[in-house]
Ligand binder design. Structure first.
Ligand code: NDP
Length: 412
């Protein structure tokens, strides 16, 4: 009942209302508007902007060269292949936007800031349309052997049915998360910076730190795109409202929220605090990358590599796919993966805190992303534990014995 009805219903009804409420709060809306107009009215101009962005990113995905990479084995024993050109797409998107706005004056990045309300409402509507499409496809036209059994309408609608849905060769999960969610987050950061510069004639130190750290994180994400194929989002989570609406609406609303707050609320850090946040944030982002990369490299090289300068401590693990075949995998028990079973999550949270603290502590709204991320990653660590125990059995128990903490040594 809780898993099949209450949680899905809470997410389906609560998340769209929450994004509207938070965005209006951060934008400084009067309390009356919060009740009367939770979401800004969509406009044809906003719809055209979202459509242009979507078509442009689709074109970059199709046209830019990129090597192909295979994801991990699916539960049915097959492999999905992806085109990796995310970093090039990020660079082209940003260079073109900056040149078109500041060089050729074709349009104004700062001007988009005033359209963000309607644009985000259009994103919400697009997210719903994609969620309905994901459900209909999964329920009646599911492709591949990895589609889930029917588990009730609400559950299937919220969490999805298909594992790797494709449309004309495009992997929908990969495209929407990376080229819509992550890319729009990055573009909205640019828009916020352009708006502050237009209004004040300079960028505050808080905005420099917040935007600089987030861009570093996003570039790191695209640089590590092949590693992203082995994450829970892509290899385990199904394509339903959670991922479809989540990447098209939740991400552009919630991920840059703290930076939007910095535009509407002027805050200053001072050189010492700015330097400290920049160092802690950058170190956390690099450590997060290092942890993710260690796991990827150990598997790619079958353990023939070094981790923190030493041969890795490895636990061989076997698992069975649905076709009955038995496969081998390696669990790394040293380096970051010997500190805690998900120390990458701790670094992720520290980095997010570092780019949010410039907002100060006057209001809780800018901390929404940090709170959401902390909850999401704690829940993920728990469900990953369950999943890995089911998959690897005694090898996972041995790993848990050697590395007892999930995220933070001594605490959790
Ligand atoms: P992990 O990168 O921690 O991957 C977990 C998977 O890795 C497990 O399911 C298992 O998969 C494998 N694994 C587990 N333990 C080991 C080990 N000791 N050695 C080798 N492989 C192991 O989780 P996520 O996919 O959740 O996260 C990936 C990155 O994305 C992280 O940096 C995370 O912080 C970030 N992230 C960011 C979010 C955001 O919104 N900003 C949200 C979620 C994640 P297998 O079946 O292959 O063995």
């Amino acid at each position: 009942m809780l898993r099949r009805i209450v949680f899905p219903l809470t997410i389906l009804l609560g998340a769209p209302a929450l994004v509207g409420f938070l965005w209006r709060t951060v934008s400084g809306a009067a309390p009356r508007d919060l009740v009367l107009e939770l979401w800004a009215k969509p406009t044809p101009q906003a719809a055209a902007t979202v459509a242009a962005f979507l078509i442009f990113e689709l074109a970059l995905w199709g046209l830019l060269p990129g090597r192909t990479c295979a994801g991990p084995l699916t539960p049915s024993g097959s492999r999905v292949v992806y085109k990796m050109n995310g970093l090039a797409a990020w660079a082209v998107t940003h260079l073109l936007l900056i040149a078109a706005s500041f060089g050729f004056h074709w349009f104004s990045l700062a001007g988009i800031y005033h359209q963000l309300g309607p644009i985000l409402t259009v994103c919400t509507m697009l997210g719903w349309a994609l969620a309905v499409f994901a459900y209909a496809r999964g329920r009646w036209f599911a492709s591949g052997a990895d589609a889930a059994e029917h588990r009730g309408f609400l559950y299937d609608f919220a969490w999805g049915v298909e594992l790797h849905p494709r449309l004309f060769g495009l992997d929908l999960k990969h495209f929407l998360i990376t080229r819509f969610g992550m890319m729009s987050w990055s573009v909205i950061l640019l828009v916020c910076a352009a708006r502050q510069h237009e209004r004040d004639g300079f960028l505050s130190d808080s905005l420099w730190i917040a935007v600089g750290l987030q861009l570093l994180y996003i570039v790191k994400f695209f640089y590590w795109e092949s590693g992203y194929l082995g994450t829970l989002d892509l290899s385990h989570d199904r394509f339903g409202f959670y991922l479809a609406w989540g990447s098209v609406a939740w991400m552009p609303y919630i991920y840059p929220l703290s930076t939007q707050y910095l535009v509407t609320h002027r805050t200053r850090l001072g050189p010492a605090e700015a330097a400290a946040l920049a160092m802690v944030g950058a170190a956390a982002i690099l450590a997060n990358y290092s942890a993710d990369r260690q796991r990827q490299r150990v598997r790619e090289t079958s353990g023939r590599c070094t981790v923190h300068g030493k041969p890795p401590a490895l636990i061989p693990a076997t698992y069975r796919t649905a076709d009955g075949r038995v496969h081998q995998n390696l669990l790394l028990a040293s380096g970051w993966w010997g500190v805690a079973r998900h120390s990458n999550y701790l670094m992720e949270i520290v980095a997010a805190l570092a780019w949010t603290i410039p907002c100060g502590f006057a209001q809780p709204a800018p901390y929404t992303y940090v709170l959401f991320l902390t909850g999401l990653l704690i829940h993920r660590a728990l469900r990953d534990d369950e999943r890995c125990l089911r998959k690897y059995g005694s090898a996972w128990l041995e790993y848990r014995g050697r590395v007892p903490y999930r995220i933070m040594p001594g605490v959790f």
